[in-house]
Design a protein around this ligand. Structure first.
Ligand code: ADP
Ligand code: MG
Length: 670
């Protein structure tokens, strides 16, 4: 017994309230108390909990599930300077967690101390500011030891030693054999706290959580090799399965981080992500941000590191979200791995038991750096960037076989439609045109008058000399990033030829973004220009009318002037000039809808941005409208001039690109 009380005693101390009144035998015990369930209890004298009870309580905070034990043990290995770390699990970590490293080891004389609470080799207690290690609280090993069967064997120098603990009761250390480094083995986690055991999920879910924790740690230390092996349910009989295997990445820090990120987060990120590198004052931000098309339905694959420490910090996550802004539709979550580095004194890491949150001394600077960098990087991702068809998509474009295609036209059309849907993966079903699927002859030539341009909702501003642009030489025309329009498909997609290949633009998605950016520009400059409706429109909005009315002033700043008009009814007086002849009723209903879904959880600014984005939709050219070549080219040129135009207001790409080489590959010319 290394000076700690046995598990037995601790259980007594732990089960507060289950003690007879006579236990306390003191006058003060007569003081009757009522607990919050209304049961009378007796006050017991204050006494210090013994070490095992303290550790079990701490374990409740620090060790929530197998994945949190893995996190603490691997962090210890990293702090010990390990070059390779191997983790082995059985039954989702419930029966076995083993972490082996080749780090500095623990001297035999300190093994018992390593299992004591608030005992650490990492800080001296004086300086909580310059913390460079992942651990420093001295809580993990004693917490795990208090709720499991723990075994450590370690070799710091020439001699190895081992120590064991069962539910907090420590056996004396004794000599052992091992290569330099440390092995920590945790068996039957939570055997001492059955209540916690009951809360664990299936082995599969717990294993998944461990994989996620290891991914995070592996990203935080790209120079270290990681391997995770699952032994299945029974550690004695299971066949080992390697779930994660990363060799140490060589090279400079930032290059190694990127290499590790592509290894762990998939080839998609490499192809459809932008590299980030920026500095502001003492802070540096680097890593990779997935383009909006990679966004997921849940917040997976979001990795943040502060000075190499994995965090899930609210300030940072909020800043990233703001950086993506209207490149993403609500409910979609971007994919990213971002590292923030700064002098240790600029950040307090001692604000969270699991060290997931941090506090910055200059939070505003950090936010500005993150928001600004992401906004710029995503906006400038370029028309060559993310929307290139991926290799996977290309692979789905199988040739249409032989004469059968001609024989059964319907089939061929169906086939073509399916191929298109599969291959052009960015264009979701939502934007599939309602029109038929057959291929049309090329759109009318440029000599035809621009049909309906004057009376369209918001024609693209045909730049002065748009006609002249037509006269530009083939070479110049093809060298525009989005090329020169050759035709329109399904009255929805613009086909443009570039020097490099073929570009397909979703006319509605693209124009929607252009209108939004123009609205934002107006708002930032002289305010959004409004025009009064000749006849004010009365709109029945229903229950949401009140919420809309409450926002009347903010909406007026966005160019939409409304008034109350009896219960559930509103009157639209003015609309933004840019929205042209948009239907005021449909516009207002959409705005009401947006305000209602955004609720009050989001900041005012974010809600108004969302409203503006909805409004833009009403001012944009629809799918299903025939465009002339001049109109198409005007749209392409404005897209090139507008940052962020490669994403629609919901973060879907507005264009996709097929390279000449890709086309040649499709026809087996390469
Ligand atoms: P902390 O990491 O906060 O110091 P822990 O309870 O996790 O607290 O570990 C206690 C101590 O045990 C550490 O300070 C360290 O000296 C030692 N230790 C734990 N794991 C290892 C390891 N894998 N290699 C070397 N030393 C270790
Ligand atoms: Mg630790």
């Amino acid at each position: 017994m290394a000076g700690l009380a046995g598990a037995q005693t601790s259980d007594q101390g732990f089960r507060l309230g289950a003690v007879h009144a006579s236990d306390s035998g003191m006058a003060s015990a007569d003081l009757n108390m009522v607990n919050d369930r209304g049961t009378p209890t007796r006050r017991r004298p204050i006494r210090r909990l013994d070490a095992v009870a303290q550790n079990r309580i701490a374990a409740g905070e620090v060790i929530e599930r197998p994945a949190s034990a893995v996190k603490e043990l691997v962090e210890n290995a990293l702090d010990a300077g390990a070059g390779r770390i191997a983790v082995t699990l059985a039954d989702g970590g419930k029966r076995l967690i083993r972490v082996e490293d080749d780090g500095a080891g623990i001297p035999a004389a300190e093994l018992a101390l390593s299992l004591e609470r608030h005992a650490t080799s990492k800080i001296d207690g004086d300086d909580l500011v310059n913390i460079a290690t992942l651990g420093f609280r001295g809580e993990a090993l004693p917490s795990i030891a208090a709720v499991s069967r723990l075994y450590i064997v370690s070799r710091p120098g020439e001699a190895a030693a081992e120590i064991g603990a069962v539910a907090g009761t420590i056996e004396p250390a004794r000599p052992a054999a091992r290569a330099p480094g440390t092995t920590v083995e945790v068996r039957d986690l939570f055997c001492a706290t059955p209540a916690r055991l009951k809360f664990l999920k299936t082995a599969r879910a717990e294993t998944q959580a461990v994989v996620e924790v290891l991914r995070r740690l592996a990203l935080s230390a790209p120079g270290v090799g990681f391997r995770l092996t699952d032994l299945g349910e029974d550690p004695a009989t299971g066949t080992p399965r390697v779930l994660l295997d990363c060799p140490p990445e060589r090279g400079e820090t930032e290059a190694a981080r990127l290499a590790r990120a592509s290894r762990l987060m998939g080839a998609d990120l490499e192809a459809d992500g932008v590299a980030i590198a920026a500095e502001r004052e003492a802070f540096r931000l680097s890593g990779i941000a997935g383009l909006p098309g990679l966004a997921r339905g849940s917040a997976v694959h979001q990795y943040l590191f502060v000075n190499g420490r994995p965090v899930r910090d609210r300030l940072l996550l909020g800043a990233v979200k703001a950086g993506y802004g209207d490149f993403l539709i609500r409910g979609r979550h971007p994919v990213f791995a971002l590292w923030l580095d700064c002098p240790p004194a600029m950040v307090d890491v001692n604000v969270h038991p699991a060290k997931a949150e941090v506090r910055f001394r200059e939070a505003a600077t950090v936010r500005a750096l993150v928001v600004g960098t992401l906004r710029r990087a995503l906006g400038a991702a370029g028309h060559e960037g993310g929307s290139t068809l991926s290799a996977t998509a290309l692979a789905q474009m199988t040739p249409i076989e032989g004469p059968a295609a001609g024989a059964s036209n319907g089939d061929a059309a169906e086939r073509a439609r399916n191929l298109g849907a599969g291959a052009l993966r960015w264009m979701g079903a939502a934007r599939r045109p309602a029109t038929g699927g057959e291929w049309r002859p090329p759109a009318p030539t440029a000599t035809e008058p621009l049909p309906g341009l004057a009376e369209t909702a918001t024609p693209f501003a045909l730049p002065a000399g748009a006609e002249a642009a037509h006269a530009e030489s083939e070479e110049v025309a093809l060298n525009h990033p989005l090329g020169t329009a050759r035709g329109q498909l399904h009255e929805t997609y613009i086909l443009a030829e570039t020097a490099e290949g073929l570009v397909i633009v979703d006319q509605h998605a693209a124009h929607e973004r252009l209108v939004l950016e123009r609205l934002k520009r107006e708002r930032a400059e002289q305010g959004i220009k409004r025009q009064a409706l000749l006849i004010p429109e009365i709109v029945d909005v229903g229950a949401e009318a009140e919420g809309v009315l409450a926002a009347a002033e903010d909406l007026a700043a966005l160019g939409l002037v409304i008034e109350g008009f009896g219960p559930g009814t509103l009157c639209v007086r003015e609309v933004p000039v840019l929205l042209g002849h948009a239907c005021p009723a449909a516009l207002l209903r959409d705005v009401a809808d947006e305000l209602a879904t955004a609720g009050t959880t989001e900041g005012l600014e974010a809600r108004l941005d969302a409203v503006l984005s909805r409004m833009a939709c009403h001012g944009s050219v629809r799918a299903g409208r025939r465009l002339s070549l001049a109109e198409m080219n005007a749209l392409l040129r404005e897209m090139e001039a507008t940052p962020g135009a490669q994403w629609c207001n919901h973060g879907r790409p507005t264009s996709v690109r097929l390279g000449k080489a890709d086309i040649e590959r499709l026809f087996a010319r390469r």
